[in-house]
Design a protein around this ligand. Structure first.
Ligand code: 5GP
Length: 171
């Protein structure tokens, strides 16, 4: 098994610069709380905030879905926000929106905390598997339905360190 490059380091970097410029423009004169969703989004959020040119406060959350509760959308918050987001502009940064369950549920939890605005940035989106409709305000790449690794995304805890997004290939 070899890893085939799906999206190169250069393509990722170029796209993140574009998203950063758009976010900077959209939040001009405002402050932003960026919430990186661990573990998968750690690399994306690190690169993205370096391209955002408004004052940023960085927070992290870690969530896991309870097994067997896909329909109810219950998720367990393993790491929560340190400070209040009431009245703040919040930008959630995810690695991938697949079925959409995680982000839909997380969005609901954050909305209840009374932010001034709540938007979503995602590195990847797989439309083929999407069940729970979610609006992605800042999307880097739409991809076909293949299991991807690298640039923060893991397979069994490994490959997060790859600087590109890849898929397994036979050969
Ligand atoms: P959702 O709740 O949208 O179905 O799932 C989102 C989560 O599933 C992501 O945060 C990620 O952890 C995992 N996931 C979905 N598709 C992939 C994939 O292709 N590769 C990896 N490594 N994780 C994925």
């Amino acid at each position: 098994m070899a890893v085939e490059v799906m999206i190169s380091e250069e393509e990722i970097s170029k796209r993140i610069s574009e998203l950063g410029a758009k976010i900077t423009n959209d939040y001009a004169g405002e402050e932003l709380v960026v919430v990186g969703v661990l573990n998968g989004a750690f690399m994306f959020v690190a690169d993205l905030i370096r391209k955002i040119n408004v004052p940023v406060r960085l927070e992290f959350m870690a969530v896991a879905s309870y097994s067997g509760t896909e329909s109810t959308g219950e998720i367990k918050v393993n790491l929560d926000l340190k400070e209040s987001i009431r009245g703040k502009n919040v930008l959630v940064v995810e690695d991938i929106v697949d079925t959409g369950l995680t982000i839909k549920t997380l969005r609901g939890i954050l909305q209840q905390k009374g932010p001034k605005s709540l938007r979503l940035a995602s590195l990847l989106y797989k439309p083929a598997r999407n069940i729970h409709k979610v609006e992605i305000d800042y999307l880097a790449f739409e991809i076909e339905d293949r299991f991807v690794i690298g640039y923060g995304l893991d397979f069994d805890g490994k490959y997060r360190e790859l600087p590109y997004i890849g898929v397994y290939s036979h050969g």
